[in-house]
Design a protein around this ligand. Structure first.
Ligand code: MN
Length: 134
């Protein structure tokens, strides 16, 4: 079964980039453009991974991460923070909120895909699967 990744990102260019990359590598994606909407989608869809922008309207990524990580229903979903924050201390703040990993934007594509695959291994399409799975 394909892995589902929730992208929470308010920048249309980044959203398009992440969506295109992930879909090209076999992931299914759903999208939210603010933290509150993201929480709602995470609760409803139980994605395999959340990509979390930090600077978001309505509710920022720090607050959204805290809420997801304090909810038994969603706390086990890995969260990969993607942020253009460059200040020292921000990374700490992001990890303290409960994010599992952190990547700075603009992202390096290889690094991005490697981080995603670490938390959410891609469906290996080149592998043939024989027989039925129960
Ligand atoms: Mn943003």
């Amino acid at each position: 079964m394909d892995k589902l990744i929730l992208i929470i990102e308010d920048d249309p260019k980044n959203l398009t980039l992440f969506r295109d990359l992930l879909q090209r590598f076999g992931y299914m994606t759903i999208e939210a453009t603010n933290g509150r909407e993201g929480i709602k989608l995470a609760r409803t869809n139980k994605p395999d991974l959340v990509l979390m922008d930090i600077q978001l309207p309505v509710m920022d990524g720090i607050e959204a991460t805290r809420i997801l990580k304090s909810d038994p229903e969603t706390k086990n979903i890995p969260i990969l923070a993607l942020t253009s924050y460059a200040m020292k201390g921000d990374k700490e703040k992001i990890l303290q909120a409960g994010c599992d990993a952190y990547l700075a934007k603009p992202v390096d594509v290889q690094e991005f895909l490697a981080k995603v695959a670490k938390y959410c291994p891609a469906h290996l399409k080149q592998k043939s699967v024989s027989g039925k799975r129960g």
